[in-house]
Design a protein around this ligand. Structure first.
Ligand SMILES: Nc1ncnc2c1ncn2[C@@H]1O[C@H](COP(=O)(O)OP(=O)(O)O)[C@@H](O)[C@H]1O
Ligand SMILES: [Mg+2]
Length: 224
């Protein structure tokens, strides 16, 4: 069943000097429980596309259906709810809060969504075990390695059981060895938890991992 359906999505950025056409005509159908990898050169609009799907940015025009919802029609409050319930983000930079421990960072979105502190911590601990950080749960982000921070970010992305995981260059700041560890964990967890993954990257190594692979070029997606 299709979970996501983008039709004629267009996005421009108005700068002082000119109007930049970033996404010209994006058409994309993504089925439930699949992994999609989108590659493309730096600056081609990968993050822009992912941010539009995740409700962090808005398209100029086009239709973006996610499940029953047409997200371009949602107001800011509805969009925020959509992000909270449906989407788990993993970025190139971890965005862990520096004054909170590893387990606090992971439990936070679940606690904010209304779960009790105790249950949220329990859930966070389970996910941290899954990403092999059980012996790092009381560490602060500054006390974690780059790979460990990204693994914590994976756990955080999954804690509210989102339907869709959006990963923007999730291994972009890691060395080769840690990249593969994070990549394997991400794909394994998406599979085991029955999630749908959309990953954008310029890392050729990652490109072959998806069920579906696209190349973004000059504002359009091409099947690889
Ligand atoms: N807020 C913005 N205002 C103006 N231009 C932007 C903005 N965000 C991104 N861009 C431009 O849009 C293009 C695509 O950016 P991005 O989606 O981040 O590319 P990628 O993730 O593929 O490297 C770039 O040329 C970038 O400079
Ligand atoms: Mg980017």
């Amino acid at each position: 069943m299709s979970l996501l359906n983008l039709s004629k999505v267009r996005k421009t950025y108005q700068t002082e000097a000119e109007k930049l056409l970033i996404l010209k005509n994006i058409n994309l159908i993504i089925d439930e429980n699949t992994t999609t990898v989108i590659t493309g050169e730096s600056g081609c609009g990968k993050s822009t596309l992912l941010n539009i799907i995740g409700g962090l940015d808005r398209a100029d025009s086009g239709i973006i259906e996610v499940g029953e919802q047409q997200i371009e029609k949602l107001n800011e409050a509805q969009l925020s709810e959509y992000r909270k319930r449906k989407i788990g983000f993993v970025f190139q930079f971890h965005y862990l809060l520096k004054d909170f421990t590893c387990v606090e960072n992971v439990m936070m979105p679940n606690f904010m969504a209304g779960n009790s502190r105790k249950d949220a911590i329990e859930k966070a601990e389970e996910l941290l075990e899954r990403v092999k950080l059980t012996d790092r749960i009381t560490h602060y982000p500054s006390q974690l390695s780059g790979g460990e921070r990204q693994r914590a970010a994976l756990a955080r992305a999954l804690i509210n059981e989102p339907d869709i995981i959006l990963a923007d260059e999730p291994t972009g700041n890691l060395d080769e060895e840690n990249s593969r560890v994070v990549e394997n964990l991400l794909f394994d967890m998406v599979h085991d938890f029955g999630k749908t993954l959309i990953l954008v990257t310029h890392d050729g190594e990652l490109a072959g991992r998806g069920n579906n692979e696209y190349y973004l070029h000059k504002g359009e997606l091409h099947l690889k």
